[in-house]
Design a protein around this ligand. Structure first.
Ligand code: COA
Length: 162
């Protein structure tokens, strides 16, 4: 398996992978247009020339980025594909100097394995005021906010020990 930045020839496979989970309410759908506009954000896992996993790192503010549209081929769950993609995105966040990486998710156990911590959504004002207020789930959002603290986070040591 290779984990690499997405290219334009991956876009249709990325969209299909995401759509099958959007259809069952696990994640938001992405249009081809939106995937193209944010192509530089995305990383894919590829095996035998097939896209088997995808996720994007979107910078929201100078100290905050978000992992979005994480999806792994359902036939290949539990093989470490999701972990490899997220680890790559966390390295990217470190290189960009980002202090916190956010995920809004139902997959809390997966993200706990990757050292994310549950936080209150109110502790992330840039996310709430940039995106959440425009979401139709705003008043009844049941996703869990989880944050990974990079080495750029001021309270890095305390956060790791918490
Ligand atoms: C969540 C998802 C991306 C995980 O991908 P994956 O490739 O199956 O996960 P991995 O094999 O890399 O798992 C990494 C670790 O998390 C654990 N894990 C993964 N999914 C888990 C789950 N649902 N519950 C508990 N543990 C889980 C694995 O056991 C593994 O633990 P280990 O390192 O101790 O062996 C995948 O299940 C998926 O695509 N789900 C549907 C879409 C979705 O919900 N996306 C998240 C949107 S935020």
């Amino acid at each position: 398996m290779e984990v690499r930045k997405a290219s334009s020839s991956d876009v249709e496979s990325m969209q299909k992978l995401i759509q099958q989970f959007a259809d069952i309410g696990l994640m938001l759908p992405r249009t081809i247009k939106s995937l193209c506009e944010h192509l530089q954000c995305f990383t894919v896992a590829v095996e035998n020339d097939k896209v088997i996993g995808v996720a994007g790192l979107h910078v929201l503010w100078k100290d905050l980025a978000e992992i979005r549209s994480l999806a792994v081929d359902p036939d290949l769950h539990g093989r470490g594909v999701g972990r490899k993609i997220v680890e790559q995105l966390l390295q990217e966040a470190e290189k960009l100097g980002i202090a916190q990486v956010l995920s809004l998710t139902y997959q809390t156990q997966f993200f706990e394995k990757l050292d994310f911590h549950v936080v209150r959504k109110e502790s992330l004002p840039h996310k709430v005021w940039k995106d959440c207020i425009y979401c139709n789930k705003f008043y009844h959002c049941d996703e869990v906010a989880m944050v990974y603290y990079t080495h750029h986070y001021d309270g890095f040591q305390a956060a790791k020990e918490a």
